[in-house]
Ligand binder design. Structure first.
Ligand code: RAM
Length: 348
């Protein structure tokens, strides 16, 4: 398992090196002078929702990092992916006096008053997976370049249907920052190449809310439109639900998106999903844990150009994020297909 993670890290590192090189100036030089050497305390992780197996894998990495650091990890999250419940949880964490909050946000802006209050109380706040706006965080942990994810998924759908057939997107919630960003890049890819995509229009965007039941009924509804030949699900929950519907109905509609190899292996093996992408969710949580610790210790404050060591992941840097804030990037998305899925389904 360790070896496979290192393989993924190696690939990500190579890709990352070229990506960062392409990013141009990284801003001000690092000021890594430590203001306080003591980290630790409670580092809280707030999931989009606690039912989602992907969130649990991200937390596994966060917990691992906390174990190495000597902080106390805490897993929180609503039953359903809504911002209202996340606000309640943030308020509880402020009252509890945690050292840090790492949140996968259900809305970019709605959490701002609560998160600003947390930061005013001296709590370090970061987002991961799905960002809050720059005013609501110190830094965001970004899984992979959103442009590569969005454009790559449209290109995959195009290739799967041989350049002819309608595309549908089965997303998570309508407010999810991460899915909406990926969808905006999908739309850009289509809009910028009208000739190429003339016969693969985007027919519909459906929202399954990262709820298996709603994702299933939304997929069933998509299948009533015969012009749809391929579904892109940029959510692991949507991928699994759509895979099951397509398999049950023995549909010819194809599936791609962002899926967990452990969940999607049967659908890749039987051709329902010819290939898909993801990154290592455990590493996202692990990177968030170390980023949090560097903030709590005062080694970084989330300014572009700062660097820190993220355990096994090595040195990471804070860079400019497209939303005007800053981020720490994990690496490139990885492609899963029939040739490698047997190996990866055991890993995450
Ligand atoms: C789902 C969630 C999560 C997303 C993954 C790919 O589990 O929506 O936010 O990053 O899919």
């Amino acid at each position: 398992m360790k070896a496979k993670r290192m393989l993924a890290l190696g690939l990500a590192a190579i890709a990352c090196a070229s990506m960062l090189a392409g990013c141009g100036g990284a801003g001000e030089p690092a000021d890594t002078e430590s203001t306080s050497a003591s980290g630790g305390g409670v580092y809280a992780f707030v999931a989009k929702d606690v039912q989602n197996p992907y969130m649990q894998k991200v937390y596994e990495g966060f917990e691992k990092a906390c174990g190495e650091i000597g902080a106390e990890p805490l897993y929180k999250g609503p039953e359903a992916a809504t911002p209202e419940k996340q606000i309640e949880i943030i308020n509880q964490l402020i009252a509890q006096g945690v050292s840090g909050i790492a949140i996968a946000a259900n809305d970019a802006d709605a959490l701002q008053p609560a998160l600003v209050e947390a930061m005013d109380a001296g709590i370090q706040v970061i987002s991961l997976d799905s960002a809050v706006n720059p005013a609501s965080r110190k830094v965001h942990i970004e899984q992979a370049d959103p442009e590569k994810i969005g454009r790559g998924l449209i290109q995959a759908a195009y290739d799967m249907v041989g350049g002819e057939g309608g595309i549908a997107i089965l997303s998570a919630t309508a407010q999810a920052t991460n899915q909406n960003l990926w969808i905006s890049w999908m739309q850009k890819e289509l809009d910028e190449n009208p000739d190429k995509y003339a016969k693969t229009p985007l027919v519909k965007i459906a929202y399954g809310d990262d709820d298996p039941t709603k994702s299933t009924s939304e997929t069933q509804a998509l299948l009533t439109d015969p012009s749809i030949k391929v579904i892109i699900a940029p959510t692991t929950v949507g991928m699994l639900a759509a895979g099951k519907v397509l398999q049950d109905k023995q549909s010819d509609v194809l599936l791609t998106g962002l899926g967990l190899p452990s969940e999607m292996a049967p659908f890749i093996e039987d051709g329902t999903c010819p290939w898909m992408y993801l990154w290592n969710p455990v590493d996202i949580g692990y990177l968030a844990g170390y980023t949090m610790d560097s903030l709590v210790k005062g080694d970084v404050d989330g300014t572009t150009g700062q660097t820190f060591t993220a355990g096994d992941l090595g040195e990471k840097s804070v860079t400019d994020a497209a939303d005007g804030g800053t981020q720490v990037m994990l690496g490139d998305p990885f492609k899963f297909d029939p040739d490698n899925i047997a190996e990866w389904k055991e890993v995450y």
